[in-house]
Design a protein around this ligand. Sequence first.
Ligand code: FAD
Length: 292
Amino acid sequence: MDERYDIAIIGSGPAGLSAAINARIRNKKFILFGNKSLSQKAEKAHRVDNYLGFYNLTGSELNQNFAKHIVAMDIEIQEEKINMVYTMGDYYSIMAGNQVYEATTVILATGVSFGKALKGEEQFLGRGVSYCATCDAALYREKVVAIIGHSPHEEAEAQFMSEIASKVYYIPLYKGEPHLGPEIEIIRDIPVEIMGNQKVSALTLKNEIIEVDGVFILKEAVSPGQLVPGIKMDGNHIEVDRKMRTNLPGCFAAGDIVGAPYQFIKAAGEGNIAALTAVAYIDELKRKVKEN
Ligand SMILES: Cc1cc2nc3c(=O)[nH]c(=O)nc-3n(C[C@H](O)[C@H](O)[C@H](O)COP(=O)(O)OP(=O)(O)OC[C@H]3O[C@@H](n4cnc5c(N)ncnc54)[C@H](O)[C@@H]3O)c2cc1C
């Protein structure tokens, strides 16, 4: 780690991208985490009629317009999944697998994660349940793990895990054939419950029970409470004020992650506000440092 950013933006949907273009306009040193295919939700929208200035586009076409916009402004996406954000007092430590980044402010724009927790998921979190294979793989050396993958993006983590664990079961919860090595056993079934006593010992699927030491649940969006310890939630969403400030100084949030209505234009608008509030926060910090 050799540099500290003014702003770390986590998420490459409309909220994160809008925050990034405003950070660029305001000449801040920022880093944008996400993936180059931008918002997966946008890709799923057959037709979008309510984004001002872009009538009758598919979600995919809207995404392509977003992509052109950031390229034109020379904004790059750091293709990394963030697993944890820790507040360190006057800056944030942002963990992407084994990589650590530092930033004075953070804008959370990771979208909303739908779906209920699996039975046993919360009970065994940290005792056999994990959300990050790259972070926790070492704990499962020569052990048996099941990986529940919510999208093809998770296959790389399963492949990595197979180099460490003695056996990896991969349960894809999406259509299409996973691209994995023959050493990984793919099971097409529905996870029902994580079982164990002190630690995880088995995963119950609809049609069978597999004995495992660990269960990795890999999704695109990690729940915000797990992503940022200490962040104040309002149900499943992060609580923010009108300036997109969370309860943690220097930490802002925008888009679906802060609540309904789940809409492109609201997400982009909130990304704009979050970036401008972050800019004001940084400028104020710099002014105070100069005065002292
Ligand atoms: C089928 C469908 C149709 C829709 N139709 C419309 C419509 O017609 N009009 C409309 O206004 N809205 C529509 N929406 C809603 C719209 O897609 C969302 O409101 C919008 O995408 C929210 O933007 P966001 O930036 O908050 O989150 P998202 O678009 O979900 O983007 C989140 C981004 O964060 C990234 N990310 C997540 N976690 C991490 C992490 N830990 N580290 C790094 N990156 C991470 C993801 O990869 C993604 O790039 C539709 C949604 C769906 C599913």
